[in-house]
Design a binder for this molecule. Structure first.
Ligand SMILES: Nc1ncnc2c1ncn2[C@@H]1O[C@H](COP(=O)(O)OP(=O)(O)O)[C@@H](O)[C@H]1O
Ligand SMILES: [Mg+2]
Length: 312
């Protein structure tokens, strides 16, 4: 399946529908230029996400993945388009309405350290979204041990600070915090890329378990096709701000239509048959190249060595 857009790809009726999303950034003019330059970071992106479904968004650095994620949650304002959640268009909602809706749509960030308050005990960090949603502080703090157990953290460490945890543990704190308000959708923006390889495998397994346990819908963003293929029901391939291909992982990878997808899948390390036969197993490390970063001038550069994962 190759056509991006509002084609109703999801088998169930969508929980979240992104329609013709556009985000333009106005850049300062450089020396010798007149007027302002406009960068179209997200260029007419549309997709559907069904309840309990995992949509992987994959693409090279700078192709607009994070901006798409941020637009969905209105952490940046879309220039145009719609983000329809359970029939309500999030674009144009007031801050108060968005606060209510953030209970249902939560985000997990790439760098767990910078997304956690360094001088706040993690007990308070994990409780914060519940308090923002109106739960009294005592009740919210009382739920923290259970949430820590859910992400396999020792609840006895609730009074520690972020710097006292490892990278993987900090990402677990970020996940516990996001889960605290019982969201239906998690938008995960490269949640593995700041982590060591061995830790990435643990976090993937944790996320997969939580997704199934709580029937969460994920928008799972990564530049690593192997990870996306492992977790996602559907894969959207982004290139220069657009979704150039979308469909089930098998469809997209069996017959990649866009040159970028072809390059991406030929660089991915996992043989499909091998991957399919090992669905339930854990992960282990392998090395491969599957991202093509662009230089600051925007020109494509040759593939850089990147590490990726595959199923045991
Ligand atoms: N606040 C911003 N101001 C100007 N340009 C931005 C801003 N945020 C992102 N961009 C640009 O938008 C493009 C897409 O960025 P991003 O969404 O972060 O890509 P990705 O997450 O796929 O790496 C990039 O060219 C980036 O430099
Ligand atoms: Mg990004």
């Amino acid at each position: 399946m190759t056509a991006p857009g509002a084609t109703g790809l999801a088998p169930k009726s969508p929980l979240l529908s992104v329609r013709n999303l556009v985000k333009e950034f106005t850049l300062k003019s450089q020396a010798g230029e007149f007027g302002k330059r406009v960068l179209r970071a997200v260029d007419d992106v549309s997709f559907d996400l069904a309840p309990g479904e995992v949509l992987g968004l994959v693409g090279e650095s700078g192709c607009g993945k994070s901006t798409t994620a941020r637009c969905i949650l209105r952490l940046v304002e879309p220039t145009s388009g719609e983000v329809i959640y359970k029939g309500e268009n999030l674009v144009g909602k007031s801050h108060t309405e968005m606060r209510r809706l953030r209970k249902e749509l939560q985000m997990v960030f790439q760098d767990p350290y910078s997304s956690l308050h360094p001088r706040r005990r993690i007990r308070h960090t994990i409780a914060e979204p519940m308090i923002v949603q109106g739960m009294n502080q005592k009740e919210a703090l009382a739920r923290v041990p259970e949430l820590m157990q859910t992400v396999q953290l020792d609840p006895r460490r609730a009074d520690a600070y972020p710097h006292e945890f490892s990278g993987g543990q900090r990402q677990r704190i970020g996940i516990a915090r996001a889960l605290s308000v019982h969201p239906e959708v998690l938008v995960l923006d490269e949640p593995l890329s700041a982590l060591d390889m061995s830790v990435q495998a643990d976090i993937i397994n944790l996320l997969q378990g939580l997704q199934q346990q709580f029937q969460l819908a994920f928008v799972f963003i990564s530049h690593n096709l192997s990870v996306v293929r492992y977790l996602a029901d559907e894969v959207g391939v982004m290139y220069l701000g657009q979704i150039v291909e979308i469909g089930t992982a098998e469809e997209v990878l069996a017959a990649p239509a866009h040159p970028y997808t072809k390059a991406l899948s030929s660089a991915a390390p996992v043989h499909r048959a091998a991957a399919a036969s090992t669905r339930a197993a854990g992960w282990r490390r392998t090395s491969a190249a599957c991202s093509r970063p662009r230089s600051s001038s925007g020109a494509m550069v040759t593939q850089s060595p990147a590490t990726s994962l595959r199923k045991r």
